[in-house]
Design a binder for this molecule. Structure first.
Ligand SMILES: [Zn+2]
Length: 172
């Protein structure tokens, strides 16, 4: 399958997908360093479209190559054994406690974080701002609460507004 040529705009969007980090190892990468990786390999019928694009560092992209995510995980899990078997100085460093092997299963950065973190952060700021405005509005409105409105439905609304105000007080 022929790869689509990506526009700068598309490349930038892929770059920001995990906040400028490699989707697999989580290493910070520059925009220039980023390689656009296909999560599901093209060779295995993966789509050449945005859902399948992953920002990747050179090292991860090179090793994953035509592997699926699960095969990549499996291969990474075998690395310590292979190092112990083949690399004398690795074994030496291990014996001397200079390096320590992780006991946890291999997980990828993209599995531990959310996509487009900056956008999410903006959303949170915006929501907080909206809640703050609501808090101020309620504060103003509640000053005009009648002692007894004489209407059950209206009393109910006042009570709910009061309750909401109390809740928001904890935040602002
Ligand atoms: Zn990486």
């Amino acid at each position: 399958m022929k790869r689509k040529r990506l526009l700068e705009r598309d490349r930038y969007q892929i770059y920001t997908k995990y906040g400028g980090r490699c989707a697999y190892c989580g290493k910070t990468i520059t925009y220039k360093e980023m390689q656009v990786e296909h999560k599901e390999p093209l060779a295995l019928g993966g789509a050449d479209s945005p859902e399948n694009y992953m920002p990747s560092c050179h090292t991860c992209n090179h090793y994953k190559h035509t592997l699926t995510v699960e095969e990549f995980r499996k291969q990474l899990g075998l690395l310590t054994g292979r190092l112990r078997e083949r690399v004398y100085i690795y074994k030496l460093a291990l014996q001397h406690g200079i390096i320590r092997e992780s006991e946890s299963a291999v997980s990828f950065y993209f599995e531990r974080v959310s996509e487009y973190p900056e956008i999410e952060e903006c959303m949170e700021v915006e929501q907080r701002q909206q809640l703050k405005t609501l808090h101020e509005t309620l504060d103003g409105v509640l000053r005009h609460e009648p002692a007894d409105s004489g209407n059950e439905a209206e009393d109910n609304i006042w009570n709910q507004a009061g309750y909401l105000f109390e809740l928001l007080n904890d935040f602002f």
